[in-house]
Design a protein around this ligand. Structure first.
Ligand code: CP
Length: 332
């Protein structure tokens, strides 16, 4: 394995093998597997889970890691081609990334969407420009349009649930004070489709996921025997749901227009997942969210603190899932 940047670059069998390896590393630790190896972690945006779980996972495999947060502990990075660097950024990624690569055996990069131009973000231009400067095994720690580490951990979390047969997976938009990126919803709808689930994207008007994201998920569903649908009808979507994955994202109708997005979301504050949403869901319906979550804005306390919530298990599973990725990337 040379890189882990998109679950779609792997077959379903390869993903299952990674999840099985994650389970094995949980039950049979291999504390010297990556002795002498160094993982570099570049965070252009904040993190709790991704940063901590990669550092903990690398340590548990006997390796070491370094974290770079430009503008805080290190020089601020300029990412634009052709920029005249008279502003705050003292270092261009054209030097910064090759330098970092030269110290490490693998590199992870987090670079969120700029949130200005939908086509740019769908093409993941910022992340891809950075990836092109790295000559080491590369991990996507969340880009404009993907979060494969979250998706792999969520796959493992879903595997841990009882029940078999067709499972209804609802990715539901929930409220947030600001427009958030499409990375997690895009990765999640693809993951659930690739896993063979019956996926329904529930979102208000104006928040439909872009066609490119839905088409990619539908292709995965065709290969796995699952299905992908979308609706704005909450009752229809949640009836019989086995899993409700709550996630906030920005308006796609008003992408890059903050004022219009704000005006639109002011009327959507009731999209906060409460227990009464789940009245007609399956008895064993579980609730997922990648975290961080705004309590009582996106999901009510009664759900997060109740028996349906899987959010802490999802966060825990980031570590073994990423240990499997590190093992495949770095174990000689
Ligand atoms: N879910 C997730 O990626 O969390 P962080 O942003 O804290 O890393």
């Amino acid at each position: 394995m040379k890189r882990f940047t998109d679950l779609a670059e792997f077959t379903r069998e390869q993903v299952l093998e990674l999840v099985a390896l994650a389970r094995r590393l949980e039950t049979q630790p291999d504390p010297h597997a990556l002795a002498g190896k160094v993982l570099g972690l570049l965070f252009m945006n904040p993190s709790l889970r991704t940063l901590a779980s990669f550092q903990a996972g690398m340590a548990r495999l006997g390796g070491d890691s370094l974290v770079i947060t430009p503008g805080q502990s290190t020089w601020q990075f300029e990412t634009r081609d052709g920029a005249v660097m008279t502003g705050a950024a003292a270092e261009h990624i054209r030097e910064g990334l090759p330098v970092l690569s030269s110290y490490c055996d693998a590199l992870g990069i987090r670079a969120f969407a700029a949130g200005e131009d939908l086509e740019d973000d769908l093409a993941d231009r910022r992340f891809n420009a950075m990836a092109a400067l790295v000559d080491r095994p590369l991990i996507n720690l969340e880009s404009a349009i993907n979060h494969p580490c979250q998706a792999l951990a969520d796959w493992k979390t879903l595997d841990e649930l009882p029940g078999s047969g067709r499972r209804k997976f609802v990715l539901s938009w929930v409220s947030h004070p600001k427009a958030l990126p499409l990375a997690v919803p895009a990765a999640t709808v693809h993951m659930a489709a690739m896993r063979g689930m019956d996926v329904v994207v529930l979102r208000p008007e104006g928040y439909a996921l872009p066609k490119a994201i839905m088409d990619k998920a539908r292709s995965a569903a065709v290969a796995s025997g699952g299905s992908v649908a979308e609706t704005a009808d909450r009752a229809e979507a949640l009836a019989g749901a086995h899993v409700v994955y709550a996630k906030e994202w920005g308006s796609t109708r008003n992408y890059g227009d903050e004022a219009a997005d704000q005006a639109q979301r002011r009327s959507l504050k009731h999209w906060c997942l409460r227990n009464d949403w789940l009245t007609d869901a399956a008895d064993d319906c579980r609730v997922m969210h990648c975290l961080p979550v705004r309590r009582n804005s996106a999901i009510a306390d009664e759900v997060l603190d109740g028996p349906r919530s899987l959010v802490l298990r999802q966060a825990y599973n980031r570590m073994p899932a990423q240990m499997a990725v590190l093992y495949r990337l770095l174990k000689s």
